[in-house]
Each structure stands twice: as C-alpha cells, then as structure tokens.
Design a protein. Structure first.
Length: 723
C-alpha cells in the first residue's frame, strides 16, 4: 500500500474519533472575511471620498492603524491590522509584516531562507511551536519537521498581496487548534488591486528587489498575479548570497449574490549561505569580527508550492464555507552550532532534510437568528489534515555527507470538530462558549538503525473547551473575561518511540481579563492581563535528532495598546508587553525559561497626507532576558529606531527606508550553546563569563552566548510605476 493510501485510510479511521466524547469538538469561526458580516465601526479617520483632480496624486489610502473586526472580538488582545499600517514599517523579510502585532518579536538567524524565530507572550516559540500562522486560513506550521516542531516559514509570502492580518492572542478562538497556545495570526490576501504595477528597489549590502503585480478588471472576476525576485548579501563578511523567487496568483468569482469562490496558487524557491551564530567569547577577544563566521559553508535551499481554494454559499442569516488546500514543501538546511564539540576532526555541521506533501480542508456552517430580542450566532466546523513526510539528519563537512543520524518516513493525520455559540443577551452582555475536539494519528517508519531506534503507530485526542464574557458598560467600551484550553502537538518520532515516549499533545490552559475602548473618535486603548499554563516544555531537537525534556511552565503578563489620531493625517501608536515565564517545578538549575522575552515595547508616529506624502518614525525595544535557566548567561536587549518615507502620485511612487537609524550594535538572535573551537582543549580554555562543560569526563566545550548580529544602518529605496 502506498503512502498516500495509508494516509487516506488514517483519515477515515480517525473520523470515528469524532464519535468519542473526549474527542468531540467545536468552534465559532470568528472570521472577518466571512460573507455574513456585522458592519465595522467607522475607521478613526474615515472621510467621504472626494473626486481627485485629473493630475493630482491619488488620495492617500485611509490609514486604519487598528479597526474593529467585522464580527465581535473574542478578547481584548484581538485585533485586525490593515496593510496601511504594516507596510509603513520596514519589512526586509516577509515575516516582518507581523511586527505590527503588539508584543511580537520576529528574528532571523540563518541567512534569510530559514523560517523566522518568533517571540510572543513570554514564549520563545522557536519557529512556531506555540504560535500558529495561517494564510487565507491555510496552515503554515509544519508538524514533525526536521528542524523543529511547528516550523512556520513565511518567506514565500509577498507582503504587498496581504490585505490585513487577523491577530488572536491566547487559546480562545475555537477555529484554531494545533500550535495555538500563545496565539494565532491569519494573513488575508487581496482580491484585487486598483492598478497594475512594477516595482524596482535596492540598497546597501547588495540588496535588490523586483516585483510585478497584474490585476486586470474583468466583469464578475477579480484576478491577481504577483511575481517577485529578491537578492541580498546582508552585512556579513561571507555574504549570504540569498536568492528568492516568489509567485502568487489568485482569482475570485462571484457566482451570484449568494455564492462565490476563489482559487489561488503560490510558488517559491530560495538558496542562501549563512554566517550562523557566532560565539561571544571570540568577538570579545578580538579574534572574530561580529559579522564574521566560524563556518561559512552553512546555508540551505528551500521550495514551496501550493494550491488552495475557498467556496462560500449563503444568505442573510446563514453561510457554508469550505477551504481546501494542497502544499508541497522541501528544505535542505546546513548548520553548525557547536563547531568541533562532537567531531574535533571534521566539525559538527549537520544537514537537515525535510520533504513533505500535506493537504487538508476546513468547512464551517454558520447561522444567525434572534429569539425574544436575544441574538444567536452559531458555528459548526470540521477540519482535516494529512502530512506525508520524509525527513533526515546527516553529519556533514562543508555540505559533504559523512554519515546519517536520522532517516524516517512519517504519516501524520488529524481531524478536528467544533461548535460554538455566541449570544448577545442585551446591549451590555455577550457570551461565547465553545468546544473543540482534536484527534491525531502518528505513524513512523525508521530507515536508520540508530536514532530513533524504531518506529510505530500511536493515536491521541484532546478536548478544548473555551468561554468568553463581554461586558459593555458604556458604548465604545468592552470588558473581556476569557478562558480557554489549547495544545501543541509533539514530533511523531518522539511520540511513537518505545523508550520514554513523549506526550502526543501538550495541554495549554489560558485565561485573560482585558478592556478595549474607543474614545473621542480619536483614541483606541486596550489593556489585558493574561496567564497561561503549559503542560510541558518538551521539544524535538532537530539539531540532534532527540527529544529534550522540560517540565511544566507558567506565563503571566500584561499588555497595553494605544492608537491615536493626532491630525486627520497623523497618527501615533504605543504597544507595551511585560511577561514572566517560569518553570513550576524547579529542577535545581533555576526556574527561568531560557530566552523567554520580558519587556517588549514598540512605538511610532505615522503619517499619510492627502498630497501623497507618507512615512513613519518608529522604535522597537526588547529588554535583557535570561539565556540560561539559572541566569548565568544573559541575552542582551536592544533599542532600534527605523524611518520610512515615501511619496505616492497617481502614476508612480517612491520610498526609502532607513533601518537602525542610530546605527546601534544589536543582536538579532541569541542562544546559549556549548561549543568547542580549535585550540580549546580543556576546561581551562574557557574564558571568564563562560562555563566549561564535560560529559563522561570528556571536555565538550564552553557554554557561551552565540548570536547573529543585527544589521547596521541600512538604506533601501524603491520606485513603483502604476498603469
């Protein structure tokens, strides 16, 4: 029986789990893009449209820093961000569009082609283990990935085609399942553009970019085709040599006033080198430049292709929506984190290969009705997904294979169902209760005789109840109380192994209290207190092909947001997040969760003047945080200032971005690793500020902070013509 047939059978078998009470699920699709919509409140700066003069620049797009979701918000930390906001911020990498999310920090540390690293609500979510990402409701996170659980690569996204970002903090939204512990975001792409365009740009560090967008106006149809090419060397002595090519095509058709469908396809390919993470002790001793490298042969190749479609049928009080997708994704990643710790002769470089096809669907049925003045909004949902995976871990030297550590074929399937009831009892009281159930099947066949020692099959399910109360004491002010259970799945290789298997689904329990208010038609404020208990910090360490055991943790924090309209064309924003992450069971080496963010602050002033001038001056701050559980090593924080300026005419646009305006030295990514360099032969080789580590009496190296430096002052310019 071939792999696809086995996965199909697994999904059919898994369907029976929906009849088991503990696997039964539910969820309301709080999706601002659904056809049934509560009209949004007017934007802060909404004005009646005016006819432009024949030669005048087009009116600047309405700047909606934050708008109210078209369906009622579930939590005070929920928000929808329009492209006019995130496109004003520097976005040298596609994932940088997520920087508008309060309390979210996005970094890159492997040459520009690897998935980003995400920090949010006290989580170092690595590449997506506790932070779910979707594009048009298609999941981006990858289960049982060769590099790390939940690997979420957004390098295939073209920022200009993103219309808005839906942000949901915590595990309170029932339509989101796996990896939705700290929260989830959904990037919604455009249906059309007003004009066709051609953009050419570039700047320092050998950076260049070309973008073509075609959006013809056809009666009844809304097609979009975007093609992007990008390259950069970065600020490194051994240049990244990154080349990236992206394609996006989407067509939307209104069949009638009650039915529509859209079909989209994407294509992405990239290749790059990477300077990797360098040891602080070498930089401090002056033996290594901060933009140098210990192993310049690091880097990788990546490809992703997808096709997905969405169909909607509905009227004024009901809607059925179906989204189906198929994705092919391949990655070959070369990394050397420990240099000569394990192999003093050939070095410790590894190759991680992940080749997979995954497909699935999400269907929802939503109905609205009233009874004796009480409004009911009911949603039933069903999701299914199957991943056919081949991944491997190999020992390499300068990308030449020396041996295989892991070689496994994995089939992982899941089914989920949910039901949610959103009830507006009175003008001042609203409740939402939901129940979601998820069921997983894991199947692993090991092609190597070492690690993991064997394969196997295992199934697991979990229920996730959720509840929300919303009080509206005065019009424009909402008080939220939230409770929800969520989870993230663990790597199938750790789940099925015979010796010390890990928990298939790690439970998360979240709770939150917050308020959101709109004042004087000029000011939006939000504040929330949140907490989250995570059952364990067990993670699959793809760099070693093993599972790293950690105990349960508690995260507590406070978030604050403010958006103000100073003038009709001038706006200000401030976001502040404080969080604390600790182990609830001290293992004797300290209780801090390594690399968990504490203070994150972003603020800025944005402008979009009617004459076509726009810009933003913004700052981002992240505080020092512990790099080890006992606080022996510290990951240094930084404060960075960025500036964007531009001018939009009817037929052309010019823009310039200055990242790191004050030219501060900052570290983009930081880790506490044990590494060994040539000449380090004994514990005496480790300088002060580092810690010697030996295993079984054998010296392994020095525990030290390893980092990827952030770019110095960086000018990029771009020009666009519209036709």
């Amino acid at each position: 029986m071939n792999q696809a047939s086995r996965c199909g059978m697994a999904v059919v078998v898994t369907t029976f789990a929906l009849w088991i009470p503990e696997a039964r699920g539910d969820d309301p699709a709080h999706d601002p893009s659904v056809a049934i919509e509560v009209p949004p409140a007017p934007a802060l700066d909404a004005q009646p449209p005016a006819e432009p003069e024949p030669d005048a620049p087009p009116a600047a797009p309405v700047h909606e820093t934050v708008i109210r979701a078209q369906r009622p918000l579930t939590a005070a930390s929920d928000m929808t961000v329009r492209d006019q906001d995130f496109m004003l911020r520097p976005h040298p990498r596609p994932a940088d569009v997520l920087a508008v999310t309060p309390g979210l920090f996005v970094v890159q540390h492997a040459g520009g082609g690897k998935a980003n690293q995400y920090f949010i609500r006290g989580f170092d979510a690595d590449h997506g283990t506790d932070f779910a990402i979707f594009v048009d409701d298609v999941p981006v996170n990858l289960v049982s990935h060769a590099h790390g659980q939940g690997y979420a690569d957004l390098n295939w996204v073209i920022p200009e085609v993103v219309s808005r970002i839906q942000v949901h903090k915590g595990p309170y939204e029932p339509q989101y399942g796996d990896f939705t512990t700290a929260g989830a975001v959904n990037l919604v792409t455009r249906r059309s553009f007003d004009d066709n365009s051609l953009t050419v740009g570039g700047g320092m560090f050998g950076t260049w970019r070309g973008l073509s967008i075609t959006s013809p106006h056809l009666e009844g149809w809304a097609p979009v085709v975007a093609i992007e090419a990008f390259g950069t060397n970065g600020p490194f002595i051994h240049g990244d040599g990154l080349l990236r090519f992206n394609g996006f095509a989407k067509v939307t058709h209104e069949l009638s006033s009650r039915a529509s469908f859209s079909l989209a396809a994407t294509a992405y390919g990239a290749a790059w080198n990477a300077s990797g993470q360098i040891p602080q002790r070498e930089v401090a001793a002056g033996r290594l430049d901060r933009f140098g490298s210990e192993d310049p042969s690091d880097g990788g190749r990546s490809q992703r292709y997808s096709v997905y479609g969405t169909a909607r049928v509905g009227g004024d009080d009901s809607e059925f929506k179906l989204t189906a997708y198929a994705v092919r994704q391949v990655l070959a990643l070369y990394s050397n984190f420990t240099f000569f710790s394990e192999d003093p002769v050939h070095g410790d470089q590894i190759e991680q290969d992940d080749s997979r096809t995954y497909f699935g669907l999400t269907s929802t049925y939503r109905m609205q009705f009233q009874w004796k003045g009480i409004a009911f909004d009911t949603v039933f949902g069903l999701q299914g997904r199957c991943d056919l995976i081949g991944n491997a871990l190999r020992h390499t030297e300068k990308r030449v294979v020396l041996g295989t550590v892991v070689d496994a074929d994995i089939i992982e399937g899941s089914l989920a169902g949910w039901v949610a009831e959103d009830v507006t009892w009175t003008r001042w009281l609203r409740t939402m209760v939901a129940l979601r159930g998820d069921y997983f099947g894991f199947s692993v066949h090991s092609n190597s005789g070492s690690n993991p020692p064997d394969g196997g099959v295992r199934h697991a399910g979990t229920p996730s109840p959720k509840a929300t109360l919303v009080f509206t004491p005065v019009q424009g002010t909402d008080i939220f109380l939230n409770f929800g259970m969520g989870y993230h799945s663990n790597d199938a290789r750790g789940v099925v192994r015979q010796v010390d298997p890990v928990t298939p689904l790690t439970r998360a329990i979240g709770y939150e209290a917050g308020v959101r208010t709109h004042l004087f038609d000029r000011l939006d404020l939000a504040a929330s207190f949140f907490g989250l208990n995570l059952g364990s910090e067990i993670v699959w360490v793809g760099d070693e092909g093993t599972t790293e055991a950690r105990g349960p943790t508690l995260r507590l924090g406070v978030e604050g947001e403010a958006r103000a309209k100073i003038l009709e064309w001038l706006f200000a924003d401030v976001d502040v997040t404080w969080s604390r992450a600790t182990y609830t069971q001290n293992a004797g080496n300290g209780s801090a969760v390594a690399l968990a963010p504490t203070w994150i602050v972003s603020a800025g002033v944005s402008a979009r003047h009617p004459i076509g001038i726009y810009g933003r001056l913004g700052t981002f701050f992240i505080a020092n945080r512990p790099a080890t559980e006992d606080g022996f090593l510290t990951a240094k924080g930084f404060d960075r200032v960025d500036l964007t300026l531009g001018y939009r005419h009817r037929r052309f646009e010019v823009s310039a971005t200055l990242q790191n305006l004050l030219n501060m030295d900052w570290r983009e990514a930081q880790f506490a690793n044990v590494s060994r360099l040539p000449g380090e032969t004994s514990p005496a080789s480790c300088p002060p500020g580092t810690r010697p580590v030996s295993t079984g009496g054998v010296f392994k190296g020095c525990e030290d902070v390893h980092f990827t430096p952030g770019a110095p002052i960086n000018l990029q310019v771009a020009g666009t013509v519209y036709f």
